[in-house]
Design a protein around this ligand. Structure first.
Ligand SMILES: Cc1cc2nc3c(=O)[nH]c(=O)nc-3n(C[C@H](O)[C@H](O)[C@H](O)COP(=O)(O)OP(=O)(O)OC[C@H]3O[C@@H](n4cnc5c(N)ncnc54)[C@H](O)[C@@H]3O)c2cc1C
Length: 370
């Protein structure tokens, strides 16, 4: 039977595989390593369209749509897999240290309120009642109740298992070594053992590696941007809220760990953790919450975000090769955008009118520019 092949088993590839399989499409996903062990595992799990300070436009609209899908998405995944995804409507605060930061955050609070969000500027005193150890130098903060979080290290395996339960065939430790095209259409993929797997269509969801799969037209420019994270274990709960300054963010986990992230580095496919990266994050964290000085360092890691030249994900059909689709380039928000991406790709592939506008994210925008 002809099938749809998905390349890549991160949150994005698995979300697409699940959405298609739930519609009865025959799906075969190939993952080079273990399920969700690349950027999906390395992320901080923030569902944070407003806290990420996304500007008004199609990406913010897409992100808010995905955020609204999250409670139901998590409930369905938990029922389908029996895994707990640690979804929490914990809220986030962006703190200001000087007049310039305060003024920008106050403007953002007002913008949020005009658009119906619960954003508000809170004074330094009120901030201290919520996060007692916060620095004396902080002038106050922008509170964003709408920003939530999920345990992304469970999300990857949960999506994998949910796609499998929906009927998709999921193979790990299988590298797609080439996309095979004939007469302007994709006809399958070649695997690491040389076997040609025929396919009716192929979806490239290989994260930062999407532009590297041999046979992928160079017109989809996805590049890696490294992010490092330090996981601390403070003596007691350091902050119940996610908190961020202009230098770092802090994400409290249910297990008592506090994630400090993240660097943004253009270093190619280098996934190492560096002394400079860790030092910068620890300095930023202690500047925000001096009490973290006594916290134990439990883990450090790095991952590669899939970035695009215009900061928007690449979602939809290749402009030149028929039956080839992309679901990639989610950069800092792939955990947040996984639900909406699954549905959008499903609709585009099945020829339905997508409930989310697809135009801004179509791959042909790169062709139009050259
Ligand atoms: C430090 C850091 C913090 C982040 N924080 C957040 C956050 O708080 N919130 C948020 O929403 N996002 C966050 N992100 C971004 C988010 O993690 C990514 O956007 C998202 O995980 C991308 O998912 P993906 O499935 O496209 O990529 P990946 O998870 O990288 O998956 C791609 C998969 O494709 C596989 N693959 C590659 N090539 C092949 C091949 N040839 N054959 C078969 N398989 C292949 C890889 O092995 C990999 O498993 C963060 C990222 C980092 C690095």
């Amino acid at each position: 039977m002809s099938e749809t092949v998905v390349v890549g088993g991160g949150a994005v590839g698995c979300a697409v595989a699940r959405a298609l399989a739930l519609e009865g499409v025959v799906v075969h996903l190939f993952e080079e390593g273990r399920p969700g062990r690349k950027a999906t595992w390395a992320g901080a799990g923030m569902l944070s369209p407003l806290g990420e300070a996304l500007d008004e436009g199609p990406l913010l609209d897409l992100a808010l749509r995905s955020l609204r899908m999250y409670p139901q998405f998590v409930q369905a995944l938990e029922e389908e897999t029996g895994l707990r995804l640690g979804y929490r409507a914990s809220g986030k605060v962006l703190v200001g240290f000087d007049e310039g930061e305060e003024s920008a955050l106050r403007t953002r609070a007002a913008w949020g309120r005009r658009h119906g969000f619960g954003t508000e500027w809170i004074s330094a005193g009120e901030l201290r009642t919520r996060i007692p150890g916060i620095s004396e130098k902080v002038r106050g903060g922008l509170l964003i109740p709408e920003d939530h979080q999920v345990e992304n290290r469970t999300l990857g395996p949960a999506l994998w298992s949910a796609a499998e339960r929906a009927g998709a065939t999921m193979e790990m430790e299988r590298t797609v070594s080439e996309l095979v095209c004939e007469s302007g259409r994709v006809v399958g993929v070649r695997l690491d053992d040389g076997i040609l797997r025929h396919a009716e269509r192929v979806v490239v969801a290989a994260g930062a590696w999407s532009g590297r799969v041999p046979g992928v037209p160079v017109s989809v420019p996805v590049r890696p941007v490294r992010g490092q994270i330090v996981a601390l274990r403070p003596d007691a709960c350091a902050t119940p809220l996610m908190a961020a300054s202009s230098k770092v963010y802090l994400v409290p986990r249910e297990d008592g760990r506090l994630l400090v992230g993240a660097t943004m580095e253009e270093v190619g496919f280098d996934e190492r953790v560096t002394a400079e990266g860790v030092l910068g994050m620890l300095q930023g964290a202690l500047e925000l919450l001096p009490s973290l000085g006594t916290a134990a360092i439990e883990e450090v890691w790095a991952g590669l975000r899939p970035a695009t030249p215009d900061g928007l994900p690449v979602l939809g059909p290749d402009p030149e090769v028929n039956d080839l689709f992309y679901a990639t380039g989610h950069f800092r928000n792939g955990i947040l955008l996984a639900p909406v991406t699954g549905n959008l790709l499903r609709d585009l592939i099945l020829g339905r009118t997508p409930s989310t506008p697809a135009r801004p994210f179509l791959p042909d925008r790169f062709r139009e520019r050259t």
